[in-house]
Ligand binder design. Structure first.
Ligand SMILES: C[S@@+](CC[C@H](N)C(=O)[O-])C[C@H]1O[C@@H](n2cnc3c(N)ncnc32)[C@H](O)[C@@H]1O
Length: 229
């Protein structure tokens, strides 16, 4: 079972999502566990301060290292060491291959930043990997932490009703995009389902889907067309 610890100043925003749908089911089945911690609880001053002005000047505030380090030390005393990821737009892009790794890790810690981000010494001292969700800037790491948790948890065997769902998704086999899907009704607003899907010929269906997936990948994500992600 993988334990995901999410360190955030806004646990109320994160916890409901962890209890819903696939993430909630994974916890109920005993396949994943989540612990959401507010690192403000580890600030030692009267005002429970977690941020301060940046050395060297400039706008915004920076997260101080001490409360976050104290929070992590408390968690590690309780559970053992974690693989530590800090959400950061300047980090390494998150990929499906990392979701696969995390689904096999025992303990994963996700640190959600705010303001201008973290004091760099915290990341260096505690051995953080910095991970980006994409080339845009959000106000906090919470959505990223949830996205990473969900991407990893759905790959834990037994979480999805049918494990083939994850294997056949985009970015999995061969690293390309998924093929289009169709269900009932057979004709919807004059749009027909491709005939081959009714043929009963599994080989033809597989070939058609593979061709559609390749075409989509070439058109929408040429960067993936020649890579294996
Ligand atoms: C306003 S951002 C800080 C931006 C930072 N000064 C920069 O330009 O790289 C505040 C926090 O939101 C989170 N965040 C924002 N965009 C993100 C992204 N694309 N990927 C991951 N985390 C992000 C991070 O936790 C970050 O510390």
């Amino acid at each position: 079972m993988t334990l995901f610890a999410i360190l955030t100043l806004f646990p109320d925003a994160v916890e409901p999502y962890l209890g819903a749908s696939i993430l909630g089911i994974a916890q109920e089945k005993g396949l994943a566990r989540y612990q959401c911690v507010n690192f403000r609880d580890f600030a030692r001053d009267r005002h429970r301060t977690v941020d301060d002005r940046p050395f060297g000047g400039g706008p915004g505030m920076v997260l101080r290292p001490e409360p976050i380090a104290a929070c992590i030390e408390w968690l590690e005393q309780e559970h053992g060491t974690f693989r530590k990821l800090a959400l950061c737009p300047a980090g390494k892009p998150f990929r499906q291959s990392m979701a696969e790794e995390l689904s096999k890790d025992e303990r994963v810690l996700l640190l959600c930043g705010r303001y201008e981000g973290y004091d760099q010494r915290l990341l260096d001292e505690l051995g953080f990997e910095t991970i980006s969700l994409g080339d845009y800037v959000l106000s906090g790491g919470e959505l990223g932490a949830l996205a990473i948790t969900e991407a990893a948890v759905r790959l834990i065997p037994g979480v999805l009703g049918d494990n083939r769902s994850a294997i056949e998704d985009s970015f999995q086999e061969g690293g390309g995009l998924d093929h289009p899907h169709f269900t009932r009704p057979r004709n919807w607003r004059g749009r027909e389902v491709p005939e081959v899907l009714f043929s009963g010929n599994h080989k033809s269906i597989r070939e058609w889907r593979a061709k559609e997936a390749q075409q989509r990948t070439r058109e929408r994500r040429p960067d993936l067309a020649d890579s294996d992600n």
